[in-house]
Design a protein around this ligand. Sequence first.
Ligand code: AMP
Length: 304
Amino acid sequence: MNLSPITRNNLHASGGAAFVRANDELRSALAPHRAAGRTIGLVPTMGYLHEGHLSLLRAAREQCDVVVMSLFVNPTQFGEGEDLDRYPRDEERDARLAAEAGVDYVYAPPVEEVYPEGFGTAVEVTGELTEVLDGDPARRGPGHFRGVTTVVAKLFNTVQPEVAYFGQKDAQQLAVIRRMVRDLDLPVRVEGLPTVREYDGLAMSSRNAYLDSGERVRAAALSRALRTADARAREESLPAAIAAARAELEAEGIEPEYLEARDPDALTPVAELNGRPVLLAVAARVGGARLIDNVLIQPTTTET
Ligand code: AMP
């Protein structure tokens, strides 16, 4: 691991990550790094860290001089009746894991710091990218991504990172953030990293903590269904692949909220393999948890 002598030794002789609550405090802490030409990497999280988060932090540690992890359960991206109040939190453990992963600054602001009295601005990516899948009013609601892009835009402004790291696990979120960065000419490189999984394929998620032991076993059907679909798409056809995935879910009594094939960048529907990667995305409720997962089906290479 690349432990930059500047960030590791000079700043935090204690070896821990500095905990910062206030926006201006973080700006002041980062200013000398920026002035010295050090690269700053940002990993936005809602905490309750798992190996998926840690993979992003490690990539940031390897590629950047200064690593900032934000830790903020963003209320504006939760829908009415969603799990904001019971979202799992453990700041002490997160601080320890972040320090072990070589994070220099943990930015953990209170809600009032991010959304002060009278806050009235939003950053919104419109169109198909946010209207489909999670944006459907019958599903999670259109406000979800407005909440995400608003808070991420604020984080980009405060931290001004060269690179920001996101997981492919939240494929639609990644596509939406890439679009926001492109549309607003934000000077940040967005890195999307592969989904980290449990031994049985279940995509790691803070929300997996909601699953009891029986639900935990059933939840593995999501990734199994996607793996089956990935193979069947290439052997047969995309509709056959989706049908096979649906059957795999049904066998575990799981009714997907959506199970759809889409272009990974534009999120337009895809009916057949078309020589480009195809995103197959699923969301489903298993017990008390709403889980998402996806696979990128790569084009077949049989044509010459
Ligand atoms: P969250 O704390 O759930 O908002 O996630 C913070 C970041 O970690 C997002 O960019 C997620 O896409 C990413 N992430 C969450 N779960 C995983 C996973 N299993 N593998 C890789 N990245 C993940």
